[in-house]
Design a protein around this ligand. Structure first.
Ligand SMILES: *Cc1c(COP(=O)(O)O)cnc(C)c1O
Length: 362
């Protein structure tokens, strides 16, 4: 029986990529050892690393004036890297943070350590429990903010927004769970960052795409592993990078290119998400309480009308090879994460199972 893994992160990776990694695990590029057992300064590794960066640049049409950094520390590492780097010239300068869910809230908790943070909660909830957001076009940006931080896809909450505030301040976006799911205009951002384990590759790697003018000065007190300038000047190899994760991300980028790039991914992701949301909306047994204008394509939370059936649902789903559907403890219910690597077939299988579970228990 084939199984489908709906884990929010670390999430499933494309089967073809995993097979290639398996096949060349013990002897990579005829080197006589694994890619994870060789120097990051060796010619083969450096070539591979450069190619991975180039493929990512191609996929997202990243302009030359942006640095692409392969870093440690995951998404949360970037929660600290952003204020440390972007406010380095001002020392505890001001920044605007918009809270749309759990992750942008965590970013605030970290930023207050290093910045004078102005927080605006843009979440709304109607009397009937419908969860929504204030449109980015209506956000108030402070005159003295050095940057504006937001999280366009909230992995836990299943909320996303696609427009950005109208401002000339640098926009810093946590795209951990939505990067590469569709085309974006990089020029609209100052910094984009993402932990790899949702839509890029294995955990341990995070990617930051940083507009050159936002790099800190070279004489600074930023911890070296979080310093964007140092990373840029050393091609992300100031210290040993997460080499295996970098390699695997490179395979994912190649896979994405073969599939037709992010435009094709957008089409597929939209089809998968609509199929699931449509099914949920038509059912009286399942429901999703997010405003249709702000529903995530990547993370689809849903609830059972009778939540006493939650455990039975999860148990039986697992028996059918549908894994990791339990919702985040803060939201409850279920959550299906359907990133790039999730094939349409996985979503179809999930819907068939949900229909059958409803028929028996509804
Ligand atoms: C998972 C996630 C993070 C945290 O990533 P870590 O690598 O665990 O630090 C941050 N932001 C978003 C949007 C995420 O989905």
């Amino acid at each position: 029986m084939s199984s489908f893994n709906f884990c929010a992160g670390p999430a499933m990776l494309p089967v073809a990529v995993m097979q290639q990694a398996q096949q060349e695990l013990l002897n990579w590029q005829q080197q006589g050892c694994s890619v994870m057992e060789m120097s990051h300064r060796s010619a083969s590794f450096v070539d591979m690393a450069k190619q991975a960066e180039q493929d990512l640049r191609d996929l997202l049409s990243i302009p030359n004036r942006y640095k692409v950094l392969f870093m440690h520390g995951g998404g949360r590492g970037q929660f600290s890297a952003v204020p440390l780097n972007l406010l380095q010239k001002t020392k505890h300068g001001q920044a605007d943070y918009f809270i749309s869910g759990a992750w942008s809230k965590s970013a605030v908790a970290e930023a207050v350590k290093f910045a004078d943070v102005r927080v605006q909660d843009i979440r709304t909830q109607s009397d009937l429990g419908l969860r929504s957001l204030i449109s980015p076009r209506d956000w108030q940006i402070s005159d003295n903010a050095h940057y504006v931080h937001c999280c366009p896809n909230e992995t836990v909450d299943g909320l996303e927004f696609s427009s950005l505030p109208d401002t000339d301040k640098p926009i810093v976006a946590d795209l951990s769970s939505t990067i590469l799911s569709r085309p974006i205009d990089i020029n609209k951002y100052g910094v984009i960052y993402a932990g790899a384990q949702k839509n890029i590759g294995p955990s341990g790697l995070s990617i930051a795409i940083v507009r050159e003018d936002l790099l800190p000065d070279s004489n600074n007190t930023i911890p070296s592993v979080l310093d964007y300038r140092l990373a840029a000047e050393h091609d992300s190899m100031y210290n040993t990078p997460p080499t295996f994760a970098w390699y695997l991300a490179g395979l994912v980028f190649k896979w994405l290119k073969q599939q037709g790039g992010v435009t094709e991914m957008a089409t597929r992701n939209q089809i998968k998400a609509s199929l699931l949301y449509d099914f949920i909306d038509k059912s009286d047994f399942y429901y999703n309480n997010v405003d249709i204008n702000y529903r995530s394509w990547m993370n689809v939370p849903f609830l059972l009308s009778d939540d006493r059936l939650n455990d039975a649902f999860l148990d039986q789903a697992e028996h059918h090879g549908l894994l990791a559907l339990k919702g985040h403890r803060m939201v409850g219910g279920m959550r299906a994460s359907i990133y790039n690597a999730m094939p349409l077939e996985g979503v179809q299988m999930l819907i068939s199972f949900m229909k059958e579970f409803e028929r028996v228990n509804g």
